[in-house]
Design a binder for this molecule. Structure first.
Ligand SMILES: Nc1ncnc2c1ncn2[C@@H]1O[C@H](COP(=O)(O)OP(=O)(O)OP(=O)(O)O)[C@@H](O)[C@H]1O
Length: 381
């Protein structure tokens, strides 16, 4: 399942000599490369093209404005397709993105949680619609993306399994926890075996126009709007309220609960003898509740909308390593199934800043077992 082409192989081939025709010989396996206009997906298209696939690039137009998933991305993706001599299709996905990501984020922040847009985007905007477009419109059975993750079929369980990327720094499996078996069965992740440095090397060897393109640093929405605050203010405006401690004493004021996230320390604007953290956001009362680091720490968490990936839903308590944020290390926990799509996690060590709305994703080593969305803890404050 894993595509293998080492940088050494890549350098020994001349790539940019292919036809510009969109008609493809039937004997070549056909595949869609999901092209954002960045170096990763450009390299995927080049690798697959080199391997003999009849590649067609598809770019989802997600948002108005400039940025990776907007006009700049579309132009860069088109440039790569022209360079490789492959067809390029642009799918206007702005309404799908608005309904599934923008509205979802705005509703979540208004409700006092911190939704994770990327996993939601992968499931509802990218993989599902891309596979449908590839199969139904283009008649192409599979797609490939530039995500750093690995997929394999496990004959014993009959499941497609998801694994962390070889490059742990770039591993994006966390954002892919909500993909279905059908999504995984139809997708290749050619970069899962490479480091980012190797990807750039391959892109340079192929002379791809995007080879030196800088890395996107942030969420696409932040790149486009400057900050999450700017983005949310457009929809939610300002709604002043109180910042209180865990006993309900007013310590300060805020301009909107959507400017805060559980675990946040900076930007509270409150002078206190000890550091204060957001421990809860109370949407009904329009209040932000702050407390000590200890009060922002919890020993267990419940997780809803669970998706089991590499194994069938657990029926019994299961030792796991769980990641509660993208950029944090996985920690030891016991997973207790409460129903097929709801679990309780008991952390071996108390965890700080477990944020409602973010994903908890559990692993055994490199194998991503499943994940879901963190609920608000039941607490007295
Ligand atoms: N607008 C889009 N249209 C089609 N595919 C996309 C789009 N945005 C992202 N993808 C796919 O999802 C993958 C991961 O997206 P992500 O936003 O994490 O980009 P990235 O890691 O910066 O990769 P890249 O360098 O390819 O932009 C991309 O490599 C690409 O295959």
């Amino acid at each position: 399942m894993v595509i293998g082409l080492s940088p050494a192989d890549a350098s020994s081939h001349s790539l940019l000599t292919s036809t510009t025709s969109s008609t493809v010989p039937t004997q070549r396996p056909r595949i869609v490369a999901a092209l954002s206009g960045g170096v990763d997906s450009s390299t995927v298209a080049a690798i697959l093209h080199e391997q003999g696939y009849a590649v067609e690039g598809v770019t989802l137009w997600l948002m108005k404005g400039k940025g990776q998933c907007c006009t700049d991305g579309l132009v860069d993706a088109a440039t790569i397709c022209e360079q490789l001599g492959i067809p390029h299709h642009v799918v206007d996905s702005r309404e799908v993105f608005q309904a599934n990501i923008v509205d979802y984020l705005v509703a979540g922040y208004a409700d006092g949680i911190t939704p994770l847009p990327c996993s939601q985007c992968n499931k509802t905007v990218k993989f599902g619609p891309l596979l449908a477009y590839a199969r139904e419109t283009l008649g192409i059975p599979q797609i490939a993306t530039g995500h750093y993750a690995r997929v394999r079929f496990d004959a014993e369980s009959g499941r497609y399994q998801l694994l962390r990327a070889v490059d742990r720094q770039k591993d994006q499996s966390y954002f892919l926890y909500d993909l279905s078996q059908e999504h995984l069965a139809g997708t290749l992740f050619p970069l899962g075996e490479y480091t980012k440095a190797q990807t750039r090397e391959i892109a340079a060897q192929y002379g791809l126009a995007t080879a030196a393109k800088p890395e996107s640093q942030d969420l696409c929405l932040i790149e486009t709007h400057g900050s999450m605050r700017n983005f949310l203010d457009q929809y939610l405006g300002q709604k002043p309220g109180d910042i209180v401690d865990t006993q309900g004493r007013v310590l300060g004021s805020h301009e909107g609960i959507h400017h805060y996230t559980v675990g946040q320390r900076k930007g509270l604007g409150i002078a206190a003898p000890h550091p204060l953290y957001v421990v809860r956001i109370d949407a009904a009362m329009n209040r932000v509740i702050v407390g000590t680091r200890e009060e922002a720490t919890q020993t267990e968490a419940t997780v809803k909308q669970v998706n089991w990936v590499s194994m069938a839903p657990a029926r019994d308590p299961l030792p796991v390593e769980v990641q509660v944020r993208y950029r944090t290390a996985a920690v030891a926990a016991t997973l207790i199934p409460e129903s097929e799509d709801r679990v309780r996690l008991q952390f071996e060590e108390p965890q700080f800043g477990v944020t409602p709305g973010q994903a908890a994703v559990w692993y055994h080593g490199d194998l991503l077992l499943g994940g879901g969305i963190l609920e608000r803890p039941s607490r007295s404050f």
